[in-house]
Design a protein. Structure first.
Length: 602
């Protein structure tokens, strides 16, 4: 049964493929929950070897010629993490309560609002030796490990072939194998499903008993949906409820003000989205529970109460005041802090060169791109070594990347077997096709850029973890892709775990000397930029369908502006000057949308 960790009010979301792949090992013993990607089984196998040897265990490799190697590698790695964290936590929990020991660090990291922290402070203040010892035992019993959650990006779901080239069954697809790897592990934690609904993957969940409640209504493994709006969250949750699968958490993420892949909504902003979740949560739970009960009955299972559901939010949070407002005003259960932890070396896997570049970066170095072969917007970093390598290859007349891992192959425009749009093979074929057009199109350079902008993410998002842990061989590509959210532009130093946690809880302010707009304004500006760019790109070919899209987008932005204008006075933890500046920023944006935008799209 999952033991909920309720001491901390934040979690660390998944960060790329490798940046948080072993973050649970580093933070779970201190009660902090985090998410590891289980997409890249090759990198995971290397990390399993690294941590197995480091922890004095015997490493037995799982080779790629073995049956079901992908899921077995993932299971073995998750079990290893579970063991390592369990041992570390048991040692930590049994230490004496003395300054400098990890057990005191565990309690020092807790927020002051935590009941466990309050009891800890009482223990420290007590002069009664017997009472103090009793309180220490109570504190030990109250300690919980942070969750070792895992992430599957549902769009990364290539079908695979066996060693003879024969197509394997659906259960051996990339995402299904990763799911099976988690389901067969010893973890009592959650699977975070992101990037929208994948019916094949969602259907496969039904095959694993751990996702169903036991006789007491408890779960061994839970489902978290990462979502960007209420409607899509409700649709996905209904689909799963009808199969007897309960969604235990809706993890709301800003459409654009986030790291990794960005899923721009049609102008729906985070504040109004959170308001809708708050207003309609009970309605959603009632409908889902009805569907869920009926589905369980068909499986000869039953549950007599609505299972717990959390609402959490992440994407662009930068200050303790913002964090507290989200928790209190929208009544969310927790927040997610991702990109700032890229500057915390003891928590994430960022190689030295990239870490240095991140600390020196300006806001213009972070941008939303079309670099992803998935055809989804991607938060890119201009100073990354992978981006530099991409430009060098173009300059040398050899655009594109060698395609080795093939997780993102999807295009069959030129080949029978799917290939990746970031691959050298695809880009050469596509460029030749473009060059063969006579006369050349007016937007030739633009089309060339759109072809060559694609970046290899399979290797690039794993390389930093391998570099940092000295696991790359001399001949392997050392170019690093990284996908921080634009919020990282305001953080410009290397921090410790303790410093970042204290910042989140308002005990220190790492941005004290930084003039940073409110997170809602930052997101709004990203949407305005996205809207402007979209109109510019489509200006010469605006058909009725596109006009309606942009009109709806603009209308939603205006509705969001109205919402934020009413919200500003409720930001009572902020200064009068802060609220006035936020009102002025909203007014400027509204003026552009209503007056200065001369393009008629209606």
């Amino acid at each position: 049964m999952i033991q909920e960790n309720t001491a901390h009010t934040f979690h660390i979301p998944v960060l790329g493929l490798g940046y948080s792949v072993d973050t649970p090992i580093k933070v779970a013993p201190f009660g902090i929950s985090s998410v590891a990607s289980i997409v890249d089984d090759e990198m995971i196998e290397r990390m399993r070897r690294f941590h197995t040897v480091a922890n004095g265990e015997i490493f037995t490799p799982i080779y790629s010629v073995e049956p079901d190697f992908r899921s077995r590698r993932i299971t073995a790695y998750l079990n290893l993490m579970d063991r390592i964290i369990g041992r570390h936590f048991d040692i930590l929990r049994n230490e004496p309560f003395e300054r400098g020991n990890e057990i005191t660090r565990y309690f020092d990291l807790l927020p002051d609002s935590s009941a466990l922290k309050k009891r800890y402070m009482e223990m420290l203040a007590s002069s009664d030796v017997v009472a103090k010892r009793q309180m220490q035992e109570e504190l030990r019993l109250g300690m919980r490990k942070g969750a070792i959650d895992v992430n599957i990006m549902s769009k990364v779901d290539k079908l695979n072939v066996d060693n003879n080239g024969e197509l394997l069954e659906d259960q051996y697809s990339d995402a299904s194998a990763a799911l099976r790897g988690f389901a067969n592990s010893t973890l009592n934690s959650s699977l975070v499903l992101s990037a929208g609904m994948n019916p094949r993957l969602y259907n496969y969940l039904e095959h694993f008993r751990d996702f169903y409640p036991d006789e007491n209504g408890n779960f061994s493994k839970m489902i978290i949906l990462k979502v960007s709006d209420f409607r899509s969250a409700f649709i996905q949750a209904k689909f799963l409820a009808k199969k007897g699968i309960w969604v235990s958490e809706f993890r709301i993420e800003s459409g654009l003000n986030c790291g990794g892949h960005a899923f721009a909504t049609e102008g729906y902003l985070l504040g109004p989205i959170l308001e809708e979740f708050k207003a309609r949560k009970q309605e959603m739970l009632t409908d889902l529970y009805t569907l869920y009960q009926a589905a369980l009955a068909t499986k000869e299972l039953a549950i007599d109460k609505v299972p717990a559901v959390k609402i959490t939010v992440q994407g662009g949070i930068g200050t303790a005041e913002e964090d507290r407002f989200l928790l209190e005003h929208y009544e969310v259960d927790a927040t997610g802090w991702g990109s700032p932890f890229l500057l915390v070396p003891e928590v994430t896997n960022v190689d030295e060169e990239t870490l240095k570049d991140l600390t020196q970066a300006k806001s213009e170095d972070y941008y939303v791109s079309n670099s992803s072969p998935l055809g989804v917007l991607f938060n890119n970093f201009r100073r990354s070594s992978a981006e530099k390598q991409r430009l060098e290859r173009i300059e040398k007349g050899r655009p594109g990347s060698p395609c080795k891992k093939k997780y993102l192959v999807s295009n069959t425009e030129f080949t029978t077997e799917p290939i990746c749009t970031a691959s050298r093979q695809y880009q050469n074929l596509k460029i030749k096709q473009l060059q063969a057009l006579h006369p050349r199109p007016l937007d030739f350079e633009e089309q060339m850029n759109s072809i060559t902008e694609k970046l290899c993410l399979c290797e690039g998002l794993s390389t930093s973890a391998l570099l940092k842990n000295h696991l790359l061989s001399p001949r392997e590509n050392k170019a690093v892709s990284i996908c921080p959210g634009p919020n990282l532009a305001w953080f410009s130093k290397v921090y410790s775990l303790d410093e970042m946690v204290k910042h989140i809880y308002g005990k220190v302010n790492l941005l004290d000397s930084v003039n940073r707009p409110n997170m809602f304004i930052n997101e709004l500006n990203l949407y305005i930029e996205y809207y402007k760019k979209g109109i510019e790109q489509q200006a010469t070919q605006l058909n009725d369908k596109k006009k309606k899209y942009f009109q709806k987008f603009k209308d939603q932005l205006l509705l969001g502006l109205d919402y934020y204008k009413e919200l500003v006075p409720k930001l009572t933890s902020q200064t009068v000057v802060y609220r006035q500046e936020m009102s002025n920023q909203l007014q400027e944006i509204e003026q552009w949308l209503k007056i200065e935008n001369e393009l008629v799209i209606s």
